[in-house]
Design a protein around this ligand. Structure first.
Ligand code: GLU
Length: 441
């Protein structure tokens, strides 16, 4: 039955391989749910869940500093609003296409449900490549992008945020243009804003911090902690850096991270202050960090070769495959927590699961970012701003709640310790209840 539904989804969405992968992973987990509640299949819930409520594709023309005109494609997929307004980030990266945005929007729907906050799922972005572009070029691109997108947004409708290639700088330009077009100071229409102008404390830290809190909770179920553990992270952006920071605060040693040019290893621990300077402030390369810190730089290598107890893939989708998983297992990894969205391939997940490695899927483990976006919306709605400590305490509480929800749901379905099943089933049950309660729309 599930195969038949999946087959129809494949044919309706040709060529969208990341979307197919994300859908199949969820459907596979739901088999025990359908066995207990076959009526769900009659209501075509899966078909409804896999069809976005609305998909917007638009032209984004802009001119570079030399006056040359470029055309990019903009996307916003408003996936599901059963539990709240569409919420999810924008990704600016040359690899972006409809299939990638749909996979991200689909995942986001379940992730957002797991946070327990009133937010639906959506995602957007563009195939624009911000790498090597001046601030003025990025600004003109963002202004053009928002000139079309603004009509689809609103604090009660759809609230974008950042993702790969979209950080505080881009959110600033997007917010400025939204405000200019609408003549409304509507803080709650975008999250990830600067703290000075309606942003939340701890939002930039949230995804990485939350990931490590989730991973520590997984370790706790086996009587383990992060104390003294070697942590290897892929990526060296916002998520990766703050994951390493929280890991260090909890007594672990972050020893390696990567970017598209290679990876660095530093047995005594990565110098996070220098890394922030190079990667976040200067938008530089990891090789430049290695030159300044004296760390070993391995160009073009796989960061998963570095032996560790905890691995946190925090760069992009399908970056940890079967061979990488086998290497990690051989080197004695205890836990893998996904900071990125779907960074582990299905074969990679299988290898880790069969070896008994604790595995926290992205839609649960990296939900701290969007959860803190929902906290930003709360602050905006009440025209308030909370302290860092208060915001972080709320984030920690939410991550523990997500962990426990996934853990108990997996147990309830006879799959103890299977966080993939736990996250998919718990997320599905929440969204499904919202959809059924609101009738056939
Ligand atoms: N892009 C992030 C995610 O995947 C954050 C989304 C948001 O804050 O809305 O969860």
């Amino acid at each position: 039955m599930i195969e038949k539904i999946y087959d129809r989804i494949l044919h309706r969405n040709p060529g969208e391989k990341e979307f197919h992968q994300a859908v199949w992973e969820v459907l596979e987990s739901l088999e025990p749910v359908f066995a207990r509640r076959p009526e769900l299949l009659d209501e075509s819930l899966i078909e409804r869940l896999c069809e976005p409520e609305r998909q917007i594709i638009f032209r984004v023309p802009w001119s570079d500093d030399s006056g040359k005109t470029h055309v990019n494609r903009g996307f916003r997929v408003e996936f599901n609003s059963a539990l709240g307004p569409y919420k999810g980030g924008l990704r600016f990266h040359p690899s972006v296409n409809l299939g990638i945005i749909k996979f991200l929007g689909f995942e986001q729907t379940f992730k957002n449900a797991l946070t327990g906050m009133p937010i639906g799922g959506g995602k957007g972005g563009s195939d624009f490549d911000p790498k090597g572009r001046s601030d003025a070029e990025v600004m003109r691109f963002c202004q053009s992008f928002m000139t079309e997108l603004y009509r689809h947004l609103g604090e009660y409708t759809d609230i974008p945020a950042g993702d790969i290639g979209v950080g505080e700088r881009e959110i600033g330009y997007l917010f400025g243009q939204y405000r200019r077009i609408t003549n409304r100071w509507e803080a709650g229409v975008l999250t990830g804003k600067g703290v000075l102008w309606g942003g939340s404390q701890a939002r930039s830290e949230a995804t990485g911090y939350g990931l490590v809190v989730f991973t520590a909770e997984m370790l706790k179920t086996r009587g383990e902690s992060l104390e003294g553990k070697r942590v290897v992270v892929s990526g060296s952006g916002n998520v990766a850096i703050h994951a390493m920071e929280k890991a260090r605060q909890l007594g672990a040693v972050p020893i390696a991270c990567s970017d598209s040019g290679g990876y660095v290893v530093e047995e005594k621990g990565i110098d996070l202050e220098l890394l922030k300077e190079v990667k976040l402030a200067e938008r530089g390369r990891l090789s430049a960090y290695a030159e300044r810190s004296g760390a070993r730089f391995v160009p073009d290598g796989r960061v998963w070769e570095v032996p560790c107890e905890v691995a946190l893939p925090s760069a992009t989708q399908n970056e940890l495959d079967r061979d990488d998983a086998a290497t990690l297992v051989r080197n004695g990894v205890l836990a893998v927590g996904e900071g990125a969205n779907m960074p582990t391939t299905p074969e990679g997940v299988r290898v880790l699961r069969e070896a008994g490695v604790l595995f926290g899927p992205g839609k649960a483990a990296n939900a701290g970012g969007v959860a803190t976006s929902a906290l930003e919306m709360q602050q905006n709605a009440s025209r308030d701003s909370w302290t860092f400590e208060h915001t972080e305490a709320r984030l920690t509480e939410i991550m523990r709640h997500i962990h426990d929800l996934c853990h108990t749901t997996a147990e309830r379905y006879g799959r103890p310790g299977d966080y993939v099943a736990g996250a998919n089933i718990a997320g599905f049950e929440l969204v499904e209840r919202g959809m059924v309660a609101q009738g056939l729309i």
